[in-house]
Design a protein around this ligand. Structure first.
Ligand code: ZN
Length: 321
């Protein structure tokens, strides 16, 4: 999102009448509101606020503008300060703008993000490999996922190999330790390191800037255990702070003013493909207070859609707390 888009979004989310009304005593006059001008001395009110256009204008001294210029003039603050104050009030995270460039640069140089990006590349290439990816492609199409959906969510396939990702990482200069610490590889008691995900469809899990921080992976073996395997936690992945699908769902959550929380990655993907886009899932954990705080940055209306079995109900009740 550009700075202009952020400004637009913040302007849409606040009400100029309310903001000015907290500082100046406004009286309703027809469709507008009037006051004695705070920017020049006068006895009769010539200061007008127009709720439809979300602007103000003084017919005495000529000042006028939108909610940002009012706050800058009245509170004597800069534009970034006004933007910050109003964004906070509207619950719109500022990481969307100023913080984003900095965050992007920092993340690009972080080895844990690099390891996860490499894993996604490897899994996607494997899914597209005519031979290796055949069974995974067959599984995904049986589940009704379109090519666009598979691409949008970056779905891939972890081949049935003990060291496919490790070998590629070695070529790219990423140390086995980084893969282990990223939760993508495992070290056994004998000190041998091997790929964590083997013979599984891989669902990349992204943070709120869209960068891959972990994977959920479903086995293709009907007898395979566990059915779903997740990356272990790492410096960039704490599962009680990450919601699957949030990066894609954010705009829809704001638009719909509500969010559905479901249990599985596949539920999120299928619903989004069918046009219900304000939906996220937890990553193999129950909903935490941290998740609640994260979601409330986007909407206050959180709808839990959990399985009707006892485990699902227990999870929903805990989450309700
Ligand atoms: Zn005036």
């Amino acid at each position: 999102m550009t700075d202009d888009q952020l400004k637009e979004r913040v302007r849409d989310a606040v009400d100029i009448v309310q903001i000015i009304g907290e500082r100046v005593s406004l009286k309703k006059a027809g469709k507008a509101y009037v006051a004695r001008c705070p920017f020049h001395t006068e006895k009769t009110p010539s200061f007008n606020v127009n709720p439809e256009l979300q602007i103000y204008k003084c017919f005495g001294c000529g000042v006028g503008g939108d909610v940002f210029s009012f706050l800058m003039a009245y509170d004597k603050i800069s534009f970034p300060e006004a933007l910050r104050a109003l964004a906070e009030r509207a619950g719109i995270p500022l990481t969307d703008a100023a913080g984003r460039k900095h965050q992007a640069r920092r993340e690009a140089n972080d080895p844990y993000y690099q390891a996860n990006a490499l894993a996604r590349e490897y899994f996607v290439d494997s899914l597209n490999d005519a031979e290796k990816g055949a069974s995974a492609r067959e599984y995904l199409s049986r589940r009704g996922l379109s090519k666009e959906t598979i691409g949008k969510f970056g779905l891939g396939y972890a081949p049935d190999s003990w060291d496919g990702l490790l070998a590629l990482a070695r070529i790219r200069g990423i140390a086995p330790n980084i893969l282990v610490d990223s939760g993508l590889a495992v070290r056994n008691e004998k000190g041998r390191v091997y790929d964590r995900f083997r013979g599984r469809v891989a669902f990349p899990i992204t943070n709120d800037s869209g960068r891959v921080v972990a994977f959920g992976a479903r086995t293709l073996d009907p007898d395979g255990e566990p059915k779903y395997l997740n990356s272990s936690e790492s410096p960039v992945y704490q599962k009680n702070r990450i919601l699957y699908g949030l990066y894609h769902a954010r705009d829809a959550i704001r638009r719909e003013k509500s969010v559905f929380v479901v249990e599985g990655y596949m539920d999120v993907i299928r619903l989004m493909q069918d046009g219900i886009e304000n939906v996220v899932a937890t990553c193999g954990t129950s909903l935490t207070a941290e998740h609640g705080r994260l979601l409330r940055r986007y909407s206050d209306r959180i709808i839990l859609v959990f399985d009707g079995d006892t485990a699902g109900e227990r999870a929903a009740v805990r989450a309700g707390d």
